[in-house]
Design a protein around this ligand. Structure first.
Ligand code: SF4
Length: 223
């Protein structure tokens, strides 16, 4: 683990959660909010190693006080021990949420049998993913993962971080159509936030005024 937030009200909207940050991610999005978590191993720069034992001890002291535990990252599905960790947390009586960008479809399919909620990051129209992740074929993996999610019946939100240098208004509308045709019901657009991000993109002050999905998803939010 690269970090632990002891109380979060936003990592799983509506739940009082502790958030466990898993170290390591194979993609390289310019707007990554946790760049210190990208290397496979924590280093002196940016991340602090947290032992699983200390996380379990903390959670044991919060039974009845917290609703849930969210595994975030980095990319949690790259951790071979994640399913075991999820089951340990469930045995303590917590609901379990997961954040993923969908880069590891088969482990995610297994995890969907054991979690209660998924926050799924969609980067771009699926053919355009490499422009943001820096990794060829990343969109194919994300699409396979999203299909697993939608087939699972697990509660979720699909969300996209928008920056005008990465996604044009036309890209956003193409992406919206792709998500609608897949059957996504809950979609969130997140505005790019400059704080904590590597200085690769200029700050953005406003959301594109012409983009509106109201009425096209069961739930649509801009945050
Ligand atoms: S997939 Fe997520 S954790 Fe990985 S680089 Fe992109 S934003 Fe950061």
């Amino acid at each position: 683990m690269g970090g632990l937030t002891r109380l979060s009200t936003c990592d799983w909207p509506g739940q009082l959660a502790a958030t466990v940050f898993c170290q390591g991610c194979a993609w390289d999005c310019p707007y990554c909010h946790n760049p210190g978590l990208r290397p496979a191993r924590a280093s002196a720069r940016g991340s602090v190693l947290v032992s699983w034992g200390s996380v379990l001890a903390f959670l044991s002291s919060r039974r009845g006080l917290l609703d849930a535990v969210v595994f975030s990252g980095g990319e949690p599905t790259l951790q071979p021990a994640l399913l075991e960790a999820v089951e340990e947390v469930r045995r303590l009586g917590f609901r379990v949420g997961l954040h993923t960008a969908g880069m590891n479809p088969e482990p995610l399919r297994q995890l969907l049998l054991s979690i209660d909620w998924l926050g799924f990051d969609v980067k771009a129209p699926f053919a355009d993913y490499a422009r943001i992740t820096g990794v060829q074929h990343s969109g194919e993996r994300a699409l396979a993962s999203l299909r697993h999610l939608l087939a699972s019946g697990v509660e979720y939100e699909v969300r996209t971080t928008w920056h005008p240098d990465l996604l044009s208004l036309e890209d956003l509308y193409r992406l919206k159509e792709e998500l609608r045709s897949l059957g996504v019901a809950h979609y969130v657009i997140q505005q790019f936030r400059y704080q904590g991000v590597r200085p690769l993109l200029p700050a953005v002050s406003a959301f594109p005024p012409l983009f509106d999905c109201s009425g096209e998803f069961q739930r649509f939010e801009i945050r």
